[in-house]
Structures are given as C-alpha cells and as structure tokens.
Design a protein around this ligand. Structure first.
Ligand code: NDP
Ligand code: 8X3
Length: 253
C-alpha cells in the first residue's frame, strides 16, 4: 500500500503545497485544519488531476487536546496507520516588542506552535508504530535558529519546535521512526496576513521586491527528505530565499 501522510494545517500555504506535491508522489492524504471548506476544495482539485488519490479530510483545531485525541481515535479503519506526520500547522500573531506584546497573541502562538504540535504528535505517534517506514517532519523556521527584533514569542515557539524535533529523534530512536525538521526562511503564504491580523497591505510589503520561497519550494524539499532510503535521516534543513541572508537581512530589488 502507498504511504499515508497526515498533514496539519493543509488548508493553506506550505501544508496545502505538501498535499499537492505528495499526491503526485502517490501518497494517501489525511488532511486537517480548521477551515474544512478549504480542505474540500483542495481535495476536489487533487482528484481532478489525480482521481486515484485516496484523501481523508477532517476538521481540527490543534490547540484542543481532547479534539485532537478524538479525531485520531475516530480515524476510519483504513486510515489508522500513519506513515508520515507533517507537523505544519502554525502561525505568528503580531510583531511587537516584548514590553507591549498582546497576551492573546502570545497564547495563540504558544498554544498552536508548541502545545498543538505536542498534542498531535502524542496522538499520532502510536498510529505510526506499525509502519515500516515512519517519518515525522516538523516545520520549524529561521525563527527557530535566530531571534530578530520583535520576533520574541514567535521565535521562542520555533526554538521550542527545534528542541522538540531533537527530543523526538532521541525518544523515537528505538522505534525506528525518522524525525526531520525543515526550517524555512521567507515563504510567501498567508503567514504575514495572519501575523498582521488581516492587514493585507502590511503583509504584502513583507514580500515586496523579494523573490521569496513558495509553499511548493518547501514541499518539494520535504518530498526529497521523505524519499531517502530507510537508513538515511536528514535531521535538519534551513532553507532560505537566495535574497535573504538572515531573518531580517534581505536584498530587496
Ligand atoms: P499559512 O497561514 O498559509 O498556513 C498556516 C496553516 O496552519 C493553515 O492551514 C491553518 O489552517 C493552519 N493552522 C493555524 N492554526 C491552526 C490551528 N489552531 N489548528 C489547525 N490548523 C491551524 O502559513 P504557512 O503555510 O506559511 O505556515 C505553515 C507553517 O510554516 C507554520 O508552522 C509557520 O510557522 C511555518 N513557517 C512559515 C514561514 C513563512 O515565511 N511563511 C517561514 C518559516 C516557517 P486553518 O486556519 O484553516 O486552521
Ligand atoms: C516565518 C519566517 O522570518 O517571519 O517563520 O520568522 S520569519
């Protein structure tokens, strides 16, 4: 049977691109996010081109520990073995100095990027143990490798993802589950629109004059990481646009 991948945050950006790229590679797709109508549209788009693709979509807010466990317990029988988990759901909220940051923004980032990733991993890893080729991909960030002005809490959550990626590799070693982190720089998705609470002009300015990465660029690298022979684990990849040297040093045209 083809490998089954569970992608969190598949309704947009990098997660959506992973679904499109991995469908072409023959994966069975379990796709979740809060915006179910987006998942249905994505499913229909994939099935138009690749009608043989098996796709299961379900609504999930990764911040809700009970809902996460219930969703995994309720997976139909044919979806109860997961070979690949892509911990992608995540977001930034605000770009404020620590002394004036909004507590609700901090809670949302910590609850989604750290606790959500943990809840999903805790619920899904038992479903991976029967797989002969299990692999977890954690989506970190350049913000998990360095800290930039006003990035404070978002950077802290992505540093936590970096630490959890290492911790998972240690704890899952004996189970033979591979664990890899992908740390992108600037990717043009809905990320900045979400960060700036729907301020589209401010979001567009982030990518102005920069040949930013696309979700597809990241998804293609993930497909490569997943396709290595079983004895190879790519631990950690930092992927930047050519025009971006650090989190904040960007060569704009
Ligand atoms: P998008 O905003 O385009 O996509 C984010 C995805 O996460 C959406 O599908 C959204 O789905 C989902 N999501 C957010 N909150 C929740 C939640 N509580 N429960 C379930 N799903 C949730 O941004 P990106 O594609 O860019 O972001 C994907 C990942 O990549 C994130 O972890 C981000 O931190 C990381 N990243 C992004 C970079 C960039 O420059 N864009 C660079 C480095 C890392 P929905 O709203 O439907 O629930
Ligand atoms: C998203 C990229 O540079 O805003 O993780 O942190 S950045």
């Amino acid at each position: 049977m083809n490998r089954t991948v569970l992608i969190t945050g598949a309704s947009s950006g990098i997660g959506q691109a992973c679904a499109l790229v991995l469908a072409k590679e023959g994966y069975r797709l379990a796709l979740c996010a809060r915006r179910t109508e987006r998942l249905e549209a994505l499913k229909n788009e994939i099935l138009q081109d690749l009608p043989e693709t098996e796709i299961y979509t379900f609504t999930l807010d990764v911040r809700d520990a009970d809902a996460v466990q219930q969703a995994m317990t309720a997976l139909p029988e044919a979806w109860q073995q997961i070979d690949v988990l892509i911990n992608n759901a995540g977001l930034s909220q605000g770009l404020d100095p620590i002394q004036s940051g909004k507590l609700s923004d901090w809670d949302t980032m910590i609850d989604t990027n750290i606790k959500g990733l943990l809840y999903v991993s805790r619920a899904v890893i038992p479903l991976m143990e029967s797989s002969k080729n299990a692999h977890i991909i954690n989506i970190g960030s350049i913000a998990g490798k360095e800290v930039y002005p006003n990035g404070n809490v978002y950077c802290a959550t992505k540093h936590a993802v970096d630490a959890l990626n290492k911790a998972m590799r240690i704890d899952l070693l004996e189970k033979g589950i591979r664990v890899s982190a992908i740390h992108p720089g600037m990717v043009e998705t809905e990320f900045s629109e979400v960060r700036f609470h729907g301020d589209t002009d401010r979001a567009k300015a982030v990518y102005k004059g920069v040949d930013a990465l696309s979700g597809q660029d990241i998804a293609e690298v993930i497909a490569f990481v997943l396709s290595r022979r079983a004895h190879i684990n790519i631990n950690d990849l930092l992927i930047m646009p050519t025009a971006q040297a650090t989190g904040t040093i960007v060569n704009r045209k």
